[in-house]
Design a protein around this ligand. Structure first.
Ligand code: TRP
Ligand code: SF4
Length: 326
């Protein structure tokens, strides 16, 4: 039986961090045996909000590819490609926009939030309004059955399903209705306990060097009730301990025991964690170095992925053209 298809994507807005790993990449890597996987660098989606700074998008596309490959996304088994290199996405976006009611995009909760939140970025544009329609085009282009996403993306998946039903009704039954698959991992907060995010500088990049790791972890917020070295701590509450559970699980119980008995201080606890993280990241960073040693390596891998994606997209577009009788 043919494998089911997965598609997911990320916008190239910066280097990926530990939050991306536990929130998405770890799952993506594990899907590669069971599914026919398509992983996309969504550079046009980045352009919807970063158009003033478009040169950074191309640079970040290479960075995010290096991150993808370093954690074990495998171009032999999966199709890893760049959205704008497959211009069919723009055509399908256009066709889907014909059947998408204005109210659906205007009422999209992520749209309303973002326009408020990113007021400085001036995203009151036609392109940004169409963000979820472009995302629907990504998903339908590969007739994906399953779309692994975080909770924040659920409104977009819901809209994709509505657009799918509408297209299939009006034209022909071309597209399967894609299912969202929530990446259900404990949320890893940033070092300051806020959401881990590039804009807060509270993250550890997958490519972060040892000195930076030590510095950043040293500044991490622990259990705020543990004021003095002799106060017992609450590892279940402490964010540093969440990092132990994720990246040094064999040390997590021991540290928790020492913490609740005030046998270990936060400074030492964090120093140990830094070394664990450095060790954990070492193989990922070694792989990254291999892929980035020669400039053409990543470009060649992207070109291969683009070619595979293009072929799959061309097949879908043939069906689409037939359905709309063009
Ligand atoms: N909008 C997604 C995000 O910001 C990225 C994305 C683009 C995506 N196209 C996609 C995710 C298709 C899943 C499927 O995270
Ligand atoms: Fe957190 Fe470690 Fe301090 Fe306990 S000792 S509060 S686990 S940093």
């Amino acid at each position: 039986m043919a494998k089911k298809r997965i598609l997911s994507g990320m916008r190239p807005t910066g280097r990926l961090h530990l939050g991306h790993y536990v929130g998405a990449l770890e799952n993506w890597v594990s899907f590669q045996d069971e599914y026919d996987c398509f992983f996309e660098v969504a550079d046009w989606h980045a352009l919807t909000s970063e158009y003033h700074n478009s040169a950074s998008i191309a640079a970040n596309t290479i960075e995010i590819m290096a991150d993808f490959l370093s954690v074990g996304l495998d171009p032999e088994r999966s199709t890893i490609f760049v959205q704008s290199h497959v211009p069919f996405h723009a055509e399908l976006h256009l066709i889907l926009s014909m059947v998408t009611p204005v109210g659906w995009v205007e009422r999209c909760p992520t749209y309303k939030d973002q326009v408020k939140e990113l007021a400085a970025k001036d995203i009151n544009t036609y392109g940004f309004l169409g963000y979820p329609v472009l995302q629907a085009a990504d998903i339908l282009m590969y007739r994906a059955h399953v779309v692994p996403v975080g909770e924040d993306q659920l409104p977009h998946l819901e809209m994709t399903r509505e657009i799918t039903r509408r297209f299939n009704n009006i034209f022909d039954n071309v597209f399967p209705e894609p299912q969202a698959r929530l990446t259900q991992v404990p949320l890893l907060l940033g070092l300051d306990r806020r959401k881990m995010s590039k804009s807060y500088d509270n993250y550890i990049a997958l490519s972060e060097g040892p000195e930076n790791i030590r510095k950043k972890i040293a500044g991490a917020i622990t259990d705020p009730q543990r004021m003095r070295r002799n106060d017992p701590g609450r590892p279940d509450y402490c964010n540093v301990h969440a990092y132990y559970r994720a990246f040094a699980p064999d040390k997590a119980d021991e540290v928790a025991g020492q913490c609740t008995k005030a046998e270990i201080g936060c400074v030492d606890c964090k120093k140990m964690l830094s070394e664990e993280l450095i060790k954990w990241l070492a193989p990922i960073q070694a792989k990254r170095a291999e892929f980035t040693r020669d400039e053409s390596t990543i470009r060649d891998i992207i070109a291969e992925g683009d070619k595979k994606a293009h072929a799959a997209a061309a097949e879908t577009m043939e069906w689409v053209h037939k359905a709309i009788k063009f």
